[in-house]
Design a protein around this ligand. Structure first.
Ligand code: F6R
Length: 613
């Protein structure tokens, strides 16, 4: 997805903007550009291709302005090209704009502007924005900075769709205006500098103090001042939030790739997410939820809604919540939920999981559930993200910034949080006995150490990856909660190695898909649930008879001669086993991708946070 960076301060803007853009590269993009306020007007340097191409443009060296905006574009309207790259300017070159999101009524606005004498140089939806600002600026006939603000506001009210926008003007050489609606944007602040970005890690090395905008709130920025307005331009008060992530958290710190670093950060991420919530001497602590026993007893369903990996965490959550709390849990994909006229009302508690907190489908689903009367809980990794502003309650995973496109530590942190939430609900409802609860708590507390032990399988996995990296298809099997892990492992493999892969409940294969099993094909099975192990082994026997090569992940004794490769991992209770069993499979996807020489952190066609529908 597109990335935005902005700077207004006392230093040269251009180097800061370029560093910011390179830190946003992981989001995926196809072109990049910069505009700064220079003595002789607005600069504009942009091109198709990587940030490095922009850096090597001779025009870049000439930029000395202390205010600037920059962008990485992920093409939606119009092919990747210099003309379509951002920033865009109005015809008079008074205003430069960068934009994330999609303007749904851009055709209508473009026609209106053309009828009023404006012309367009690109095929983008964005180019209407600077021209519309110019249109209102001229129409309103107010040449003060308030007139600039009024023009940006009038423009944004006319826009339909999603946007995060930065605007600078040669007419107001000490200001920048930023605004967002359904698209991410954060403002970092210090005494004499303001940093703007699509996400926190890109500017974390400069400041820990951030302002977060709600939809259609406007920030009028100067280097030493930030003034905020609602959509009617009434001034509003805003406090900063302090971000606890360390400044180096978004660096590779000696690892070859972010994904590998993030896999190895899982013990810490889990420890941080557990925090002070769990102890053997007291009940689980979720005081920010303010949910009472009466309410919990009154609901008849919990919905867990998310996309991709976060949805797979939801499937693990369903298992533990249903078993401990005896409340039916439905898990749905956000993009399906929002269009299926879901049965949600005040008797439904809806939980939304999103690492980024910015996934458009998940946020839209949350808004729908709220409208239907459901209470909503957001589980996210990013403080101040959009989802936290929409939900009744926000619960944070403390995984630290996740930069690699393929989610690893965010997933396991979501799973541990859901386990703790299930225990919290069960304690409130008194649906599970003390012994069970205490066993789970002890296992939760022991988990970071067990993850560290799990890493011992690394060499074995690396060797196995060498054997199978040229495969065309890989199957993943599991029963019960192991099937949720099979789904997640299969997704990891697909997204970073481009190998076709499928996951199935082990017992389902024989109902059709076993027709695909042929000599030499790799079948990976997760056998963590002891109670279902024998059944699953019978299913694996069926694929072995048809010539499959088998790898199993288990913590239980098994017939060593039966399988081609056995990955032994530490034992834990089945509720938590998905956190252990996914680790070798994350490593497997990683090493296969490396063997194939692929870009692990930035797989093709994918973006880290999917902020459009
Ligand atoms: C896969 C992956 C995606 C995300 C999905 C939701 O590795 O990362 O499937 O899980 O796009 O993103 P968030 O959690 O940010 O809502």
């Amino acid at each position: 997805m597109c990335g935005i960076v902005g700077y207004i301060g006392t230093k040269k803007a251009c180097p800061i903007l370029l560093v910011g853009l390179s830190r946003l590269e992981y989001r995926g993009y196809d072109s990049a550009g910069i505009s700064t306020i220079e003595k002789d007007g607005l600069s504009l340097v942009k091109d198709k291709g990587r940030v490095k191409v922009l850096e090597s443009n001779p025009e870049i060296e000439k930029l000395s302005g202390t205010i600037g905006i920059a962008h990485t574009r992920w093409a939606t309207h119009g092919k990747p090209s210099k003309e379509n790259a951002h920033p865009h300017q109005d015809n008079s070159k008074n205003f430069s704009v960068v934009h994330n999101g999609i303007i749904e009524n851009y055709n209508e606005l473009r026609n209106m502007l053309e009828q009023n004498g404006y012309h367009f140089l690109s095929q983008t939806d964005t180019e209407v924005i600077p021209n519309l600002i110019h249109y209102y600026y001229t129409k309103n006939q107010n040449n003060t900075v308030n007139g600039f603000l009024q023009a940006v506001r009038d423009c944004c009210i006319a826009l339909k769709g999603s946007f995060a926008i930065e605007v600078i003007s040669k007419l107001f050489s000490e200001n920048m205006i930023v605004v967002r609606k359904d698209s991410p944007l954060v403002i970092g602040t210090s005494a004499t500098e303001k940093y703007i970005s699509s996400d926190i890690p890109a500017i974390l090395s400069y400041t820990r103090d951030f302002y977060f905008l709600n939809d259609l709130e406007f920030a009028l920025l100067q280097n030493d001042k930030a003034t905020f307005y609602d959509q009617n331009l009434n001034e509003i008060d805003k406090k900063t939030s302090s971000i606890e992530w360390s400044a180096t958290a978004s660096e590779k710190n000696g690892y070859e790739d972010f994904m590998l670093k993030e896999i190895y950060e899982q013990p810490t991420a889990i420890r941080e997410t557990i925090g002070a919530r769990v102890s053997l001497d007291s009940k689980c602590n979720f005081e920010e939820l303010n949910i009472q026993k009466d309410y919990l007893s009154s609901i008849n369903k919990i919905y867990i809604i998310a996309c991709g990996t976060a949805m797979h965490a939801g499937l693990v959550g369903k298992n533990v919540i249903e078993k401990l709390c005896r409340i039916p849990v439905e898990v749905d994909i956000a993009s399906e939920f929002r269009y299926r006229s879901p049965i949600v009302n005040e008797k439904t508690l809806s939980i939304f999981i999103s690492q980024s907190g910015e996934t458009a489908d998940t946020i839209a689903a949350l808004k729908l559930a709220k409208k239907c009367g459901s209470r909503t809980i957001a589980i996210t990794n990013v403080i101040g993200s959009s989802i936290t502003r929409e939900s009744n309650y926000s619960l944070y995973t403390h995984a630290g910034p996740e930069i690699a496109v393929a989610s690893t530590k965010a997933y396991t942190s979501q799973v541990i949080l859901l386990n703790m939430l299930a225990v919290y609900f069960a304690e409130l409802l008194e649906t599970s006995d003390l012994k069970t609860i205490n066993t789970i708590k002890q296992e939760i507390l022991d988990l970071p150490k067990k993850i560290e032990e799990t890493f011992k399988c690394k060499d074995q996995i690396q060797d196995f990856a060498k054997k199978i990296y040229q495969e065309k298809d890989v199957f993943f099997l599991g029963r019960g909660v192991d099937e949720a892990v099979a789904k997640e492992a299969s997704l990891k493999l697909k997204e970073i190695s481009y190998i076709h892969s499928e996951s199935y409940p082990a017992g389902e294969l024989k109902h059709g898909s076993i027709a695909l099993i042929e000599n030499g094909i790799t079948v990976v099975s997760i056998l963590m649930d002891k109670t279902l192990m024998e059944k699953s082994i019978s299913n694996i026997q069926e694929v072995i008879s048809r010539g499959a090569k088998t790898l199993i992940v288990t913590s239980h004794p098994c017939n060593e001669n039966m399988f081609d490769e056995i990955i032994k991992v530490p034992d834990t209770i089945s509720y938590l086993s998905p956190i252990i069993s996914i680790i070798p499979l994350q490593l497997l996807a990683y090493y296969i991708s490396k063997e194939k020489g692929l870009d692990v952190d930035k797989p093709r066609n994918l973006a880290k946070s999917v902020t459009v529908e």
